[in-house]
Every structure is written in C-alpha cells, then in structure tokens.
Write a protein that binds this ligand. Structure first.
Ligand code: HOZ
Length: 438
C-alpha cells in the first residue's frame, strides 16, 4: 500500500519528457482536456499500468486512484474476468459491423437492470456524448418540439447543442460555451440552476408547448459532486409529465454506480429515457440510451429518428460491459462501496474541520466531492464559491503523497470495489497532512 509520507506522485522526469513529446502532436498534449493539469498547475503524471485501485506512473510512483477512469473502473482496474472476456471476444474478431448474439444478451440485461428501460428498449452507442445527443434528437423527433432544458454546470458530453453553461472540462477551462458552436445550434437550449424547482417550472411555463426534453444528471457530477435536494427529482418528473416533455436522466456517471439500477433506482424516480456511458462499457468505449418503448420505437429502422454507428455494439465493448454487469449483479457490492465512501468522506470532513478549513463534502454511494467553501453547495453558483487556489494546493499535496484526484474542482471523485479499508486510512492520513499546511 502507498505510504503517504514517502511517495511523490507528481510528474517526474519521464512523465515530463513524455508530456513534452505528446504536446508536439496532440493539442495540449492530451486527448481530452480534463486530463491536462491546467487548472491545478503542474503537469500530469503519465500512467503505464493500472491495477485494482492503483495507478503506476512512468516514473515508478504508485498512486491511489480516485478518478477510476472518470467512473468506469467500478470493479477496479484490470479485473481479471473482464479482461478475459475481452480477450476471448478479441480472438473471435475485433468488429463485425453486423449482428452478434452478445448484443441481445447485453441489451436484455441492461433493460432488466435500469428501471426506465424495464418494459422498453435500449440502443448501444460508443460514448456518453453519443448517448445524450441521440436521446435529445429522439426526444425532439418524438414530441415534435425543439427546446431542451439543461442545468447550469451540467455536462452531457460535447455535442453542439449541449455546450451551454457546461460543467466538467468546459467549466474547468472557463469555456462553458465553446467557440465553433453556431448560434443556431444552441438557440433552443435553455438553462436553469440545478436543484431549483421554481426555476424549472418558470422556464417550462414561459415556453409552454415548446419543450421537448429536460435533461439532467440526477446527481450532478460535473460541477463537483452535488446530490439532488429532497423532492427535486420527483418534482422534475411531475413537471415533465405536465408539460409533455421527455424526462432524460443522464446516468453516464451514476448508472450502475450509486445502485445497480442507478440514481433512478436509488431515488425511486423513473425518467422516460436514460443515457448511459462509462461503466456500461466496463472500461471500453460504450454508451447507451433507452427507455419507454413508445419513444424508442421512433428510432430508425423502426421509426424516422436517425442514429447509427459502425462500431456500435462492437464485440469487445459488449464483452467488457456484459461481464462487468454480470459481476455487479452477482457480487452486489453496493453496501460495501457506500460504507467505504462514507468513511472516506467522514475522515476528510474531520481532518478539514480540525484545521479550520471551510469545506463542503458530499457523497452518494461511491461518488464524492469536496468544495473549499463555507457555503452549502446545491448548484453551480454555490460550487463556484469554492477557493480554487486552495483546491490546487490540495490537489498537489495529495498527489505528492500518492493520492490521485481529478485535476479539477468541477469533477467528482470515484471509489471502486478495490478501495479497501487500508486504502481509505492511507488517504485520510495523507489528507490530514495536507490540510495541516493548507
Ligand atoms: N467525461 C468526464 C466527465 N467529467 C470527464 C472525462 C473527459 O472529459 O475526458
């Protein structure tokens, strides 16, 4: 186990050299902006191997990983059965671009697991971004209406229509609306604060008859981790029904994580459509959207809403996702994940309090967040009161002690089944040292 007093997980000579090389041919040296350390300073350690809850850097440091590939590694890295399932599938062919048996088996299992899909259907795609943009096109095609409502600081991937007041890397880099997105693409995207029922009701009323969909992360995870206020999701359900808008839960982060059936199972609120990504592919690029049968029946080739993909339902992604889901069903790790995360969050809370550092901590299942602010955090405006400079020092201090956290205040942290009690103790011990000098 990493000894937090001796390990230095910062980028060493080898990582710096690799970053330099990557930067010559890849914008910013990264293939996705949040991987860069632009908001926390320093440069990213390069990873050569991952196993269980640890990452091994190119400089030989071993890091406790609370990013978990931004969610997918719920079973930890390199879970043997998943790797074997992928290898077996690969030996039979990397991709067919044609129908294969495992796709139907996987779809049936997803539908049996996710409440909103139980009597419905699901379509496999290749990422969470594809899932959300397809679900929104579907909602528009189904309702014949154009406007969509999302939350400030909510992030649903990088499709044009969703890059408005966006969280995640867009918030981190201060570009919540991207250059290159034509005004027409976002004209029908409306935004409201998360956890604000009155604002949602007001916007729906102001655009009565025009709103095709409400899309929301049921637990916000791209402006840090912010749980829904009691009654919020229920109110969204009622409002969407009243306004004949399709309620879409973006469960890319929460699906199979905060409960087997995701946040909708945990909070007992069933949307019309659900978007999945991350864990659904067990570490490979898979996304999915699905839900009510009448709505899904408008997707081509059954209906007029077009959506397609050469690699959709490819055998490797399906094998990894299917095996991951089977293990989750069999092992039911959710109570243990909950307890470990609660212990971590309590440890961090106590350590910050003992050093008089104003902090807001939250977790739902194995998803957690920490804001350096005295103000309770219920939405993006609250999240933005966090002391970003202190966050940077926190991030650097933890990394120095062998703990790898997302390099942004506006991301969530994740645990896996491989994070055991000892891991949590080490992390809390490291945090206590860092808080002392914060
Ligand atoms: N999609 C993830 C959600 N915050 C971050 C990973 C990425 O954008 O690279």
């Amino acid at each position: 186990m990493t000894d937090p007093s001796t390990f230095d997980g910062r980028a060493g000579a080898r990582s710096l050299e690799l970053f330099e090389r990557a930067s010559q041919h890849i914008p910013g040296g990264v293939n996705s902006p949040v991987r860069a350390f632009s908001s926390v300073g320093g440069q990213p350690p390069f990873i050569r191997r991952a196993h269980g809850c640890t990452l091994e850097t190119e400089d030989g440091a071993s890091l406790i990983d609370y990013v978990c590939t931004w969610g997918p590694a719920l079973l930890g890295h390199g879970r043997l059965e998943v790797v074997e399932a992928v290898c077996t599938a690969a030996r039979n062919g990397l991709s067919f671009g044609a129908c294969a048996a495992a796709e139907g088996e996987f779809a049936a299992l997803i539908c049996a697991t996710v409440p909103s899909m139980r009597d419905g259907m699901v379509r496999l795609v290749n990422s969470g971004t594809e899932a959300t943009m397809s679900a929104l096109r579907l909602a528009r095609g189904f309702t014949g209406k154009n406007k969509i409502i999302k939350c400030d600081g909510g992030y649903h991937g990088h499709a044009d229509l969703l890059l408005v007041a966006a969280g995640s890397g867009a918030a981190t880099l201060g570009i919540p609306g991207s250059a290159g997105v034509p005004e027409g693409a976002v004209r029908d995207t409306l935004t409201v604060p998360f956890n604000d029922v009155a604002a949602m009701a007001e916007v729906l009323a102001a655009h009565r008859g025009d709103v095709a969909a409400i899309i929301v992360e049921p637990i916000a995870g791209n402006m840090g981790c912010i749980p829904p206020a009691p009654g919020y999701l229920e109110a969204l359900r009622t409002l969407a029904t009243e306004h004949e808008a399709v309620l879409i839960f973006d469960e890319v982060m929460t699906g199979f994580r905060v409960a087997l059936g995701g946040a909708q199972e945990r909070f007992g609120v069933t949307p019309d459509l659900t978007c999945l990504g991350k864990i659904v592919g067990g570490g490979l690029p898979v996304g999915a959207y699905g839900g009510r049968r009448d709505i899904m029946s408008t997707v081509a080739p059954l209906g007029p809403v077009y959506q397609a993909g050469t690699l959709s339902g490819n055998p490797l992604g399906v094998a990894a996702g299917l095996k991951t889901l089977q293990i989750l069903i069999e092992e039911d790790p959710y109570d243990a994940l909950e307890q470990r995360t609660a212990a971590l969050v309590k440890g961090l809370q106590d350590a910050s309090a003992s050093h008089d550092i104003p902090a807001q901590l939250a977790h739902v299942g194995p998803m957690f967040g920490l804001f350096f602010t005295a103000r309770p955090v219920a939405n993006y405006d609250d999240a933005k009161t966090s002391d970003l400079e202190r966050f940077s020092r926190w991030h650097a201090g933890m990394l120095e002690r062998g703990v790898y956290l997302a390099p942004s205040q506006f991301e969530a942290g994740f645990l896996s089944t491989a994070h055991d009690e000892g891991t949590i103790e080490c992390t809390v011990a490291a945090a206590a040292q860092v808080f002392e000098n914060l």
